[in-house]
Ligand binder design. Sequence first.
Ligand code: ADP
Ligand code: MG
Length: 320
Amino acid sequence: MDEFSFIQSIKQDTYRQPSLLKGVGDDAAVFRQSSEDVVIAVDTFVEHVHFSKETMKPFHIGHRVLAANISDIAAMGGRPAFYLVSIVIPKHSTTIERNELFAGMRSLSDRYKMDLIGGDTVSGQEMSISVTVIGYVPQKKARYRSDAREDDIVFVTGTLGDSQAGFHILNNPGKYSDAFYYIDKHRMPIPQVEFAQQLEVIDRVALNDISDGIGNEASEIAEASNVSLYLYEEKLPTSESYKQFPLELQEKWKLFGGEDFELVGTVSKDNWDLVQDTAKEIGIHVTEIGYVSHYRNNHVYLHKDNQLVPLKKDGYNHFK
Ligand code: ADP
Ligand code: MG
């Protein structure tokens, strides 16, 4: 398949975003600016660094890379609208693989009525895919990491460690309970867009999405806000059957595992009921896991077995 027919094959027949004027097919896409603020993020996924074909099929790779991006938009309180895909395709890859990759992105983008409005296609040695997502957020409602304040409640959505548990299952075949639940959490995470968007009525919420583990993400909030976050180890939410994994791994995954694409945030006590009601309304879990204090600023501490231990930001760091 040549580049032209490939682009034709991934081009949407119709577009769903009302602000779009020109999608795929010209030198660049065009959309008209509305009164909302624009949020934009990019993420790159490289074979052997971020994924391997042993544990992910092309469909999952597509889903996963777009999910990571949408999760960044969610963590800003935004509504994803458009995406652009720059892809390096190995010469030996098949048409089916390429189609599946885009099908994985499409199935997730359908959920949010997002439009694929452009990209770039080149061939190379290893597969690499870079996705840019553009979204909208009501004016002054972008959710910054720097917005945590003393006495806030620290909360997290969903459960932690599931993605790494799924990765573990894929790499260590055996008998597990809820194996497919964990594998799906790893290969096809669903970002918390609706939840973050519905917090719109609240004036101030600090948000960060959990791509690198809660230790790392909480610490980014602490540093940006110049506060400290104190978390309770026993309050960190995990799935019912998570206890089946070795204790040491449970601990490691829930604190530093990452890729769960849940949201960690802080909000004033006055607004905590509203946050809980919002979660209930859309059918997700939100858990209070700690508090914000000025005591010993810029760090994250963990209350664990009646001790207070500094939580290192040991998520994945690609410069390490
Ligand atoms: P140009 O040479 O002007 O950059 P291209 O031939 O690279 O044009 O692309 C033609 C059209 O196809 C453009 O609208 C571009 O955004 C789109 N496109 C190319 N590759 C992709 C891709 N991987 N995903 C989505 N759109 C793509
Ligand atoms: Mg081009």
